[in-house]
Design a protein around this ligand. Structure first.
Ligand SMILES: O=C(O)CCC(=O)N[C@@H](CCC(=O)O)C(=O)O
Ligand SMILES: [Zn+2]
Length: 346
């Protein structure tokens, strides 16, 4: 019975409860270990070394509920032996206190506290440190699994012209993670933002510090628990289920082309004089021509420079020093070359 209690990690976390037993085994031998508030490790009875060590996270922002409901379904299926994992899995419900409050964060944005940005006494500073240490230990404990994956799932504040999209970490030396793009091509993600410098988000930490194939997914508009009927995560759920069960992508799943975007610049809120020239109800991925003034902050003006520009995450309410929008340019579309589901594995 208590293995089901661990499988209901989301309920436990929302109720701020500790499980009666921290270590449980299903009838088929899958081990579930409750590590801390919102953190649970799944170890298969017999691990397939070629399967990835997989970190699945949601609730880094406490009001982004559809991805948490998706993780809840996967974990309950594992606890009930309806889904038998081929490799180790770490489930991260990122910000339990914010999840309980139903807010993006409590004191500071948790997704700006990674990669040594968490120097401070606040709850989210401490939580980022716990998450970093837990993920590092998870990958280290499963070193025989050479493929490391991290999928961090979010929903956005605004609606979006391209409804589901991904932000894939990268560096100037390694600007394109084709292994991750192959995975995304198996979902109904429409667009990918290819980052080219390391930031302070969770996926940038796992990519930059722990050599994981990492991604932040935006799966639709953020809504309260139980109101996600319009957030369709079925294609992603299918891909994750196949990945968990076999360690590979579903060879039969259709591969879709991905529109790719590079980051032209980030709009930064530097002072209380900051003004964003964007309506509150404007969706993500509105296109701008060259020369549009998107924001002003004292003497600084944020003006588009490419022929075609797209704006995501416009938000004037961020803390000083943080990003208040990202301006993108389009790159060549990614088309999967993978027909077997395995050809990209080295
Ligand atoms: O809708 C918004 O403005 C923000 C949605 C969200 O939480 N997005 C992530 C993206 C992470 C990244 O930039 O890599 C975030 O802002 O943390
Ligand atoms: Zn988010």
């Amino acid at each position: 019975m208590t293995v089901q209690e661990l499988g209901a990690l989301l309920d436990l976390t929302r109720a701020n409860k500790r499980p009666r037993a921290h270590h449980e085994r299903t009838a088929r031998g899958t081990v579930l270990d409750w590590l801390d508030d919102g953190l649970l490790r799944v170890t298969p009875a017999t691990a397939e070394p070629a399967a990835p060590a997989l970190v699945l996270s949601a609730g880094i922002h406490g009001n982004e509920t559809a991805p948490m409901e998706l993780l809840d379904r996967l974990l309950r299926a594992i606890a009930e032996d309806k889904l038998i994992p081929a490799g180790p899995l770490l489930i991260v419900l990122g910000n339990p206190e914010a999840i309980r409050h139903g807010t993006r964060y409590v004191e500071v944005d948790l997704n700006r506290q990674f990669n040594a940005a968490h120097q401070g006494p606040l709850a989210e500073h401490q939580r980022a440190k716990v998450i970093e240490q837990t993920v590092e230990a998870f990958y280290r404990d499963h070193e025989q699994h050479r493929r490391r994956y991290h999928i961090d799932m979010h929903t956005a504040i605004r609606a979006s012209h391209l409804i589901k999209f991904a932000l894939v970490p990268g560096t100037p030396e390694h600007p394109r993670d084709t292994e991750m793009l192959e995975l995304l091509a198996c979902t109904d993600i429409e667009a990918v933002v290819e980052q080219s410098r390391l930031g302070i988000t969770f996926s940038n930490f796992t990519y930059g510090q722990l050599n994981a194939h990492a991604v932040t997914l935006e799966l639709g508009k953020a809504r309260p628990f139980g109101q996600n009927q319009d957030v369709d995560v079925s294609a992603l759920e299918h891909t994750l289920t196949a990945l968990i069960a076999t360690g590979w992508l579903d060879t039969a799943a259709p591969r879709r082309p991905l529109r790719c975007f590079g980051v032209s610049f980030e709009i930064l809120k530097q002072s209380e004089a900051f003004v964003l020239h964007v309506n509150d109800d404007q969706p993500n991925f509105v296109e701008y021509a060259k020369g549009a003034c998107l924001a002003e902050d004292g003497d600084t003006r944020w003006i588009t420079g490419s022929k075609r520009n797209w704006l995501i995450f416009p938000n004037p309410n961020v803390a000083l020093g943080l990003r208040a929008g990202i301006v993108l340019h389009e790159r060549p579309t990614f088309t999967s070359s993978d027909t077997s589901g395995r050809s990209y594995i080295t």
